[in-house]
Design a protein around this ligand. Sequence first.
Ligand SMILES: Nc1ncnc2c1ncn2[C@@H]1O[C@H](COP(=O)(O)OP(=O)(O)O)[C@@H](O)[C@H]1O
Ligand SMILES: [Mg+2]
Length: 171
Amino acid sequence: MAVNLSLTSDGPGATQALGAVIGQTLLSGDVIALSGELGAGKTCLVKGLATGLGIDTPITSPTFVLLRNHDGGRVPLVHVDVYRLDRLSEIEGLGDDVLSAHVVTVIEWGDTVDAVLPANRLLIEIDHLGDGDARAITIHGAGDWEARAPGWSASVTSLPGLAVAISSAES
Ligand SMILES: Nc1ncnc2c1ncn2[C@@H]1O[C@H](COP(=O)(O)OP(=O)(O)O)[C@@H](O)[C@H]1O
Ligand SMILES: [Mg+2]
């Protein structure tokens, strides 16, 4: 079984708030792949994830450094951006913490390295809806995410700027 949750966000604050809801529930060993074009809001979502994890250091795009570690939260966050990786195998050279069981690993452009990610990674896609700040955010997860995601959809309906479009479980 897998879960699919489709949401809309009306601005960066709403996307960060969604990230914070998800971040509060993250556990060590979790892997999240983020997809969406440049400027979609992947780094913006990571800021929220970090807030939800209790991390208070600033989150900036790791596009050029490839990886940043953020300690000080409930679980360490490893924030990776694979946009500039040429080969899939290079992800293994990024460091021992990447994909390790004692951190949460979040990978921008993670859809491009899906082949080396665990089957139970959470995939979050962010797409522009029109020319303004609206975004479609679709969350796909298998395994225990199916039990965890319904709690997020319940939480986000009370947040300004976020709405649940579709929520479904599929085999
Ligand atoms: N609904 C929204 N969600 C996320 N970011 C948004 C939204 N609307 C506007 N933005 C803006 O879009 C940009 C997203 O940048 P960023 O998160 O760095 O994108 P990415 O990491 O996908 O390249 C930011 O300037 C942010 O303020
Ligand atoms: Mg980014």
